[in-house]
Ligand binder design. Structure first.
Ligand code: APR
Length: 233
């Protein structure tokens, strides 16, 4: 089976009701990003960060995957689909995708502050709840933090993501403004001659790269992409 590598951003979850970051009314329009999503911010006011991610978890549990997420799952019958996502939501997993690699962490997970390799589903250490605070403890009695890559922090999954892109027979980008690095550089790891598709109603400029733009919202764009892929690949 051909390897179909898909890189997704906030745009794929927009039609599920989750706001993007930089569109009008986006998350960063309503919250000071460096206060709620940076390492310095977490040092300065960890309680505010717990609160910010509690609110985002409450919103996420009210949302469901949309036809774009399900469309990518369905392509697994004809392709070896590997998803790399900048999103911290779990909508790809809830749509049933078999391979999802998160670059910026996972909203429904938290991790020990002293042993970062100890990662938990938030429900498992809050007796089924989705909110954490400075007093939340893991089974070893350690304080926890959101399992999110804050700005100013390393992106440990970038290397495996770049490797995946280099193995792609087809590369697809969906719903990202391509402004945050290193995620935005993934497109440059595509081997010469491998077709690239970019689904976005307001696509970023991809310069001289040979990209086929599908100027649609994700749900319609993935439907069109599936048609193209099933007839010509
Ligand atoms: N369908 C597809 N794409 C959409 C839709 C939609 N319905 N609505 C908006 N978009 C597109 C926008 O045109 C834009 O290109 O989604 C993209 C959203 O861009 P951003 O808000 O910048 O989100 P993203 O690129 O995922 O941000 C990257 O920035 O703040 C950090 O860690 C955060 O992972 C995030 C990273």
């Amino acid at each position: 089976m051909k390897k179909l590598v898909v890189s997704t951003g906030a745009g794929i979850s927009a039609e599920s009701g989750l706001s993007t970051y930089r569109d009008a009314g986006g998350l960063w329009e309503n919250y000071p990003v460096m206060q709620v999503a940076s390492a310095d911010g977490f040092q300065r006011d960890p309680a505010l960060i717990h609160k910010f991610y509690n609110e985002r978890r409450k919103q996420l549990v009210e949302c469901a995957p949309n036809a774009a997420h399900y469309g990518l799952k369905e392509l697994e019958d004809a392709f070896d689909v590997r998803i790399i996502t900048q999103n911290v939501d779990d909508l790809h997993e809830r749509a049933g995708s078999s391979h999802v690699l998160h670059l910026h962490g996972e909203l429904m997970k938290v991790r020990s502050m002293t042993h970062p390799e100890r990662v938990y589903d938030v429900r498992d250490i809050t007796g089924g709840g989705i909110e954490t605070s400075l007093s939340t403890r893991d089974p070893y009695g350690d304080p926890v933090r959101p399992h999110i890559v804050f700005f100013q922090e390393a992106v440990p999954n970038f290397a495996p993501a770049a490797e995946l892109v280099q193995e792609a027979d087809i590369f697809v980008v969906i719903g990202t403004s391509l402004v945050v690095y290193p995620a935005a550089s993934l497109i440059s790891y595509v081997r010469k001659g491998v077709p690239i598709y970019y689904i976005d109603p307001n696509p970023a400029d991809t310069g001289t790269l040979p990209v086929t733009v599908i100027r649609e919202k994700a749900t319609e764009g993935v439907r069109k992409l599936a048609e193209i892929l099933r007839t010509s690949h």
